[in-house]
Design a binder for this molecule. Structure first.
Ligand SMILES: CC(C)(COP(=O)(O)OP(=O)(O)OC[C@H]1O[C@@H](n2cnc3c(N)ncnc32)[C@H](O)[C@@H]1OP(=O)(O)O)[C@@H](O)C(=O)NCCC(=O)NCCS
Length: 261
């Protein structure tokens, strides 16, 4: 990633992402454990992607970790080269993992508004919409690799803001994103389809910012209490990482250090 790529006058969309993705998929494939292959998914993979999503959703540790009700539009088709792109990982011919990157255009739903970002920066938003890994292939770094891959595509096409929403209880997911600089910065109500409230962490990375944690502002919040701590986000704190303290998971809250003058 270079600042040169990020300062393109206009951000790329699906064609530019597909262009950038080819080389980046080859790089990703080189790092995969033996037996796994990577390629871009296209609309012909919709059924396989739906089947993997069903399998993963049916076996979630906690149904709150992934709510289809919180999704916008036709998730699968939108991310198969219409409003986004998706990388798929295969064991033989079976799709065992995917990482979807949403590329909102003018008029599309854009999570940058929830941060909020200035209107002029909304075209620079990429959504790290969703990643899923077959339960049998977890713990091999596939999620981490697909986070890296999606951020690299976003950077390559000049979309400096990576955003998505995550269940506060899904600390594995937001904890992994935070390792890559995509930090929980707000709690927002994404509203369940059909009514009702659905609170989610809004996570964000700005490729042009390098925030540094100020340890003087540190506090630990048990992950199950994050939903009640909108006050911490409201006073400018964010979550930096998750920590395991004696078998209980905590979020490390705090502010970024003021920039040196
Ligand atoms: C969340 C989810 C995507 C994680 O997938 P995963 O492939 O098991 O994740 P990874 O293997 O990258 O990371 C898991 C652990 O393996 C470790 N790991 C093992 N080998 C690794 C490697 N080669 N490189 C990096 N990490 C490695 C990681 O450090 C990580 O440890 P940690 O969780 O203590 O930080 C998966 O559990 C899932 O599909 N969950 C249900 C759907 C969901 O919640 N999706 C996310 C919201 S969209």
């Amino acid at each position: 990633m270079t600042l040169g790529t990020l300062s393109r006058p206009t951000a790329g969309g699906v064609p530019e992402a597909l262009d950038a993705a080819g080389g980046l998929v080859a790089e990703l494939a080189r790092t995969l454990p033996p037996g796994l292959a990577a390629r871009m998914l296209d609309p012909a993979d919709a059924d396989a992607m739906r089947a993997l999503r069903r399998r993963v959703i049916e076996t979630l540790d906690d149904p709150d970790h992934y709510r289809v009700a919180g999704e916008v539009g036709d998730f699968v088709l939108d991310h198969l080269n219409t409003k986004g792109v998706t990388v798929g990982l295969f064991l033989g011919s079976e799709l065992v993992a995917y990482g979807a990157l949403g590329l909102p255009g003018p008029g599309d739903h854009n999570r940058g508004r929830d941060l909020p970002l200035p209107e002029a920066e909304l075209p620079l938003v990429a959504h790290l919409s969703s990643a899923m890994v077959d339960p049998a292939l977890r713990g091999r770094g596939l999620h981490h690799r697909m986070i890296d891959w999606r951020i690299a595509v976003a950077d390559r096409i000049g979309r400096r803001h990576s955003l998505t929403t995550v269940s506060p209880r899904n600390h594995r997911s937001w904890g992994h994103l935070a390792v890559h600089g995509v930090y929980p910065k707000r709690l927002i109500d994404v509203g369940a389809k059909g009514g009702g409230s659905l609170l989610r962490l809004l996570v964000h990375r700005d490729a042009l910012a390098q925030p540094v944690f100020d340890p003087a502002t540190a506090s630990l919040v048990p992950v199950e209490e994050i939903v009640g701590r909108g006050d911490l986000f409201a006073r400018g704190e964010q979550v930096w990482c998750r920590l395991d303290q004696g078998g209980r998971w905590f979020a490390l809250f705090g502010r970024a250090r003021a920039a040196a003058v």
